[in-house]
Write a protein of this length. Sequence first.
Length: 600
Amino acid sequence: MTDRQNDVLFPLFAQVTQAGVSRRNVLRSLMAAGIIGSLVGRDAEAQTASRTVTFDHGVTSGDPLADRIILWTRATSAQGGDFYVTWELASDANITQIVASGVALSLASRDNTVKVDVTGLRPGSTYYYRFSFGSTLSTVGRTKTLPEGAVSNVKFAVFSCATLQKGYFNVYAEAAKRDDLDAVLHLGDYIYEYGPGGYVTPALAAGVVKEVRAAELQPQKEIITLADYRTRHANYRSDRNLQALAAKAPWIVVWDDHESANDTYRAGADNHTEGKEGTWTDRRDAALRAYFEWMPVREPLFAAGSGETVPRLYRAFDYGNLLRLVMLDTRMTSRDKQITSPTQFIGLYQTATADGRFPADVNADGTQRQLLGTTQEVWLGDRLKTSQQTWQVIGQQILYQWQPAPDLANTKLLTDAQKAQINGLIDQIFGAGAAQQFAAVAALGGPNPETSDSWVGYPSARARFARTLLQAKNPVILAGDTHNAWAADLRLPTATGVLPIGVEVGTPGVTSPGYEEIFVGVPPLAVAGIIQESGARNQANDQLVYADTSQRGYMLVDITHERVAIEWTYVNTVFSPTYTASMQKRLEVKPGQKKFSTTV
Ligand SMILES: [Fe+2]
């Protein structure tokens, strides 16, 4: 990426990459891998015999560019220490037509994860790759570089929110059956920090559901230290379904909150207790270090002298003339603390001025609350403004769409008993009196206070994003985080009327529970129906087009110059490793419309 040319390796990673490999150990390792065996004869054979290496965590690839791609594996050895492995990239699945090959270090200081940035590749090409040590081979992965020039079709599978203890990764298994993916987009909550029983829903508390894989979770506690985060990543990558999808296509990922701790912001997290659990900075850096070791992300860079404390994750990928994919970091880089009180949340909106400012949207010290931060906002604006492609796809964590506080008092979709149940749950989750506050917000036509961790909780940043979207040709926002499926037409009131500014689609969780585990027994269609019904009362707001609040699955985003089609595929269960799957909804958006035009 051209805007990174003057950047330098983030210090956290520079240290561990260069440290601790003596020349003698390197030579030994090369001999052991058979790489320079012919030079030293019998000694090399002895080394190969003495070191055993396994590739237990599969292979993956990521961050494709037109001429390069990241290959990843983990190579562990019973003898420990640092050693080299061989990698090969070929144009055929049997790895006979070798295009590139080399050696890469498996360093104990990087948890023996191995990452190679292979360069000199051809654009728009499918490759196969594997790692080896002596005669021990890894599995074979498939990957693809970015296409250039005239591109007619690109397909992404989009995922978020996989809590291992809560279910089987059937959603990954189902998507891994596809042979047509250009990339897997993961919008975060790829891992969760909780220990068994740490992620409580009303359904879990009532014994309606169980954590079916709790015994498999490693470590068996909330993760806090570097060793903990590494163990959890290894635990996830031991899953065969995850490994299958990891090997199927290049991954383009961003973290959400649970890669560190629930409801992360720049200086802390809801699920972090400063002191008792160490400092936030230590925990964040442990989480980040394990993330970059275990995920196929190009080594993070930062602008020299910029004072940045978090490696930059926001980046862009151009698919020829068809689309520009922009991936954002709404969590770690700049986010100020969330508002958790419903009263304070609605206060953001009650004090809004006619010219679209939110005077209450400030920190305790009076500074403007940030979500992306100025540097990332400017970068995003440039990426959208300069895009010559037909589509601008924005992959990020949290819902942008404005969802209303559900107007329970005036709906006929629920019985009085169901309304009482929901109000009881709101009080239980948000504290006594919360249901009354939610009802008051609904009567005013305000946003759902439950969404204060999303874009709606940062109205000034959201308003700036809306104006950026207005300037973009054909923006499509992808969101994760909520565990439910959403599609909305996005709108912006202006002096000349309410304008369409784009669409947003939300991908359901892989296993993390949706509203069905919160409002137990309330028909899912009624939950979605109330949000749609309450939102429709003010046509100046974003309008919900589709929702599914009870099923786990993924989105296929199928892009041509004529349309972006989004297909939601769901599995019938995550509580058993056997499942069925079906595509249940398809929506299309056409260029120039900035709203959904057809439903099928
Ligand atoms: Fe999540």
